[in-house]
Design a protein. Sequence first.
Length: 331
Amino acid sequence: MSATVGIPRALLYYYYYPQWKTFFDHLGVKTVVSRETTRAILEKGIKSTVDEACLPIKLAVGHVLDLKDRVDYIFLPRIVSTARREYICPKFLGFPDMVRNNINNLPPLIDNNMDLYRKGSSLYNLFYMVGRYFTHNPASIYKAYKASMESLHVHCRDMEAGRLPFETGGKDNQNYRTRDGGVHDVTIAVIGHPYNIYDRYISMNMIKRLWDYGADVLTADQLTETAFRREAGKLPKQLFWTLNQRMVGAAFYYFERPDVDGLIHVASFGCGPDSMTGELIERYARRSSRKPLLNLTIDEHTGEAGMITRLEAFMDMVRWRRHLDDVAATL
Ligand code: SF4
C-alpha cells in the first residue's frame, strides 16, 4: 500500500498545491488535503499555538491537527525563500518547529528546506530530498520534479489569466474557481496574502460577496512577476519580504489602472510585514490616487456583521466616486 502524505490547506498551499500534488502523484504517493477551514479547525489551532502568533499561523496549526491522525506523513516544507535575494516571513521558517513542539503524537514531518535565496539554488534541492522519503531512484524523482514544475507554471498562468485558487468542495482536481463571468459595474482589487483572501472562512467569503455586490475582483495574482516587481521598484528601497513586495507592487499597479474603481487591503492582526505594507499602500493612495481604499484587519474575533457593513459602505463609496467622475467627464 502506498504512503499517504497530508498537505495542510494553509499558508503557501494556495500557490504550490498543484505542484506538490503532481510531484507526489508521479511518485505514486497518495495526498490528503486538510478539510476546508471551519471554526473548529481554527479553534484547535488557537489552542495549540502561542498567543503572539498571527492568525494564519494559528490556522495552519489547526490544519495540521486536522490531518495528524489520517496520514503517514505531513508535508511542511521549511520555506526560507521563494526568490533570489529575498526572504519570506520568518514565521514560515519556524513553522515546522512550532508544530513539532506544540503537537504530540504527530506522524513524521517532511520539512526539508525550500530556499531560493542564493544564485544557482533551485526547487530541485527540495524535491530531491522529499522524493528520497519514497524512492531511491533519482530518475523517478527527477521525472516527478519536472512534471511538478510544469504544473506550477500552468497554475501561475491560470492565476494570471484570472482564475482564483478557491476551493470547490475539497475536490483535488478542482481547486480553482474561475472569476465570476456575471455582470459587474465596478472592479475592485483585493490585496492580501493568499492564505487570507482565498480561504473562504477566514476572509468571510469576501470575494464571493464582492461578486454578489456586482463587482469584478482582481488580486495580486493576476499580475506577472515582472509587473509586480516593476511597480514595487517605485519604492526607494526594495522590500525583502517576497509576499509583501507582490502586494505593494500590485496595489501600486491597480491604483493606476483606469478600470479599477477601488482597493481593499486585507491584513492579518499580529503581522509585522502587513502593517508596513498597509502603511505604504495608504501613503500611496493619499499621495497619488483618488481611488477609495479600504483597510481591513482580520483576526480570530472579527465578526461577519462588521465586515459586511464595511464592505457595503465601501461599495457605496466606490459607486458614488464613479458617479462623480462620470459627471465630471461630461462637463
Ligand atoms: S507574513 Fe504576516 S500573516 Fe504571513 S505568516 Fe508572516 S506574520 Fe503571519
